[in-house]
Design a protein around this ligand. Sequence first.
Ligand code: PGA
Length: 249
Amino acid sequence: MRRKLAAGNWKMNGTASALSELAELARQLGPDDAETVICPPFTLLFAACEKMRGTAVAIGAQDCHAAPSGAYTGDISAEMIADTGASYVIVGHSERRDAHAETDSDVADKTRAVWRAELTAILCIGESGADREADRTLPIIQEQLTGSVPDGATGTNLVIAYEPVWAIGTGKVPTLSQIVEAHDFIRAQLISRFGKTEGDAIRLLYGGSVKPGNAAEIFTAENVDGALVGGASLKAADFAPIIKALSQA
Ligand code: PGA
């Protein structure tokens, strides 16, 4: 039985005043709700961990450098993230693959760094709109899984987020059958590479324009174990209903 996971990616949003949204979210969650993690910007990690201590809300980062320390001005290592009390790190988000030219091999290095710091990676994959139109979705997913997921993945150290790039921040969502097809394919790939036990234990999140209004339908898919949510994770009033829909799925 995979534990459901709702992950919020705040992206480059939020200053200290946004911590009140975390408190409100924690207040709305009960013991029967899905596991919840919020990934605020680096600047809020320490304060967010402090504020969420003793609550059901875990904290994660949105990226990390592959090295543990060194002359990398402006970068943050997985060890530094662990030091804040965070437990998850998003790696390979399409906005980083795109704006920072991160390759599958960079993402694999970052994932190994996350594991070295004993944190859990939320590794993002997903096809572009052009890939989808050219009917290349599954080959692209396969290529990204092969290139960016390192050996040694387990249900504890890895979560995969399937995020079609064309669905992120656009309000466009794939059909349920497209989501099912992608998630079933990812599950089969993970089982064939990591064996039945670990392949079945790795959680698969759907991401891309998840909102309170469409979450329940998305969560009916057997291999959708939760969501990675951008815009709708910024306010507790939007994210809480998504978490509730997941908890009841
Ligand atoms: P969105 O972003 O929910 O705003 O579409 C999702 C993501 O980028 O993880």
